[in-house]
Write a protein that binds this ligand. Structure first.
Ligand SMILES: NC(=O)c1ccc[n+]([C@@H]2O[C@H](COP(=O)([O-])OP(=O)(O)OC[C@H]3O[C@@H](n4cnc5c(N)ncnc54)[C@H](O)[C@@H]3O)[C@@H](O)[C@H]2O)c1
Length: 273
């Protein structure tokens, strides 16, 4: 019997209720959620996790019980990110997560292969790959390394590509056709891999954000543009990077066990108009 059914059965009024004390009592102050959201003991590899969205997603995984690898262009920034994440976990009063930083340019086939081998040797397993898809080739190379390893080792893992709403709409007023088309290609790669790897129990999905307040959107010109962007966002504001944490955990945990080949757009409503 699942634990929540069991708890419900225990709290049901019984004729002999006054003689019966439930064995399990949850304090009203305990924040509760579905157990399927946990990532306890999983190992997550997140590319581009030195800052921005990648760092937020790995933080969310670590809060949910996962260990993880920060993969980025520079070892120094990856290690700085590891320290930031460890501090956050410690301040939250949670058990320490095992976190390591790796230097890897995801567009280099050789670097992806050697980084992947090193991560597997350091952690002994990988259950989740989340890629900040800054480049289609890099996304393909890292997904291929992960998929190959998961299939060979019988790991029913999760692959999450962080794409963009720009894969399905054209942003305005700025011109960014190269970016938009690379995101559309990433979405199609995600769907193709989802179909090819579903028989192996591997789920592949994409999280596509709208505008986010990260360093990528800083500067005078971006500030001017963002005043126009908010007019097109029903929620009337740009997202904070931490607002993608919950969606990423849901998409990489058993809470989304029937989700594959899906693109989840989180955009404050931008794409409804
Ligand atoms: N910021 C936004 O408004 C926005 C909106 C929609 C989608 N997105 C998407 O979200 C993702 C994250 O965006 P962000 O704003 O956090 O970006 P960011 O620039 O803050 O972070 C990207 C990270 O990727 C790393 N990186 C870049 N090229 C790399 C490579 N070849 N190999 C390894 N690491 C590399 C960078 O060093 C950096 O740490 C991107 O895929 C972006 O396209 C962003």
């Amino acid at each position: 019997m699942p634990p929540y059914v069991f708890r419900k059965a225990l709290s049901r009024p019984l004729a002999l209720g006054h003689l019966f004390k439930p064995a399990v009592r949850l304090a009203h102050t305990t924040p509760r959620t579905l157990p399927e959201f946990t990532l306890e003991g999983k190992v997550a590899v997140v590319t581009g996790a030195s800052q921005g969205l990648g760092q937020q997603i790995l933080a969310a995984f670590a809060h949910s019980g996962a260990h993880g690898a920060v993969v980025d262009l520079k070892k120094s920034s990856a290690e700085e990110s590891v320290s930031t994440l460890q501090k956050e976990i410690q301040e939250a009063g949670l058990p320490a997560a095992k976190l390591h930083g790796y230097e890897c340019d995801t567009t280099s086939e050789e670097a992806v292969k050697s980084t992947w081998d090193k991560i597997v040797s350091d952690f002994g397993q990988v259950d989740i790959l989340t890629m900040i898809s800054v480049n289609l080739n890099g996304t393909f190379l890292f997904a291929r390394a992960a998929g190959k390893w998961m299939i060979e080792n019988g790991v029913k893992g999760n692959i999450l590509m962080v794409s963009s709403m720009s894969g399905s709409i054209v942003n305005r007023p700025q011109k960014q056709s190269a970016y938009n088309s690379s995101k559309a290609a990433a979405a199609q790669l995600m769907k193709s891999l989802a179909a090819e790897w579903a028989p192996h129990g591997i789920r592949v999905n994409a999280l596509s954000p709208g505008y986010i307040q990260t360093t990528a959107n800083e500067g005078e010109e971006m500030e001017k543009l963002s005043k126009q962007w908010v007019n097109d966002i029903p929620m009337g504001r740009i997202a904070k990077p931490e607002e993608f944490r919950g969606t990423a955990v849901w998409m990489c945990s058993d809470a989304s066990s029937y989700l594959t080949g899906s693109e989840i757009v989180v955009d404050g409503g931008y794409t409804v108009w």
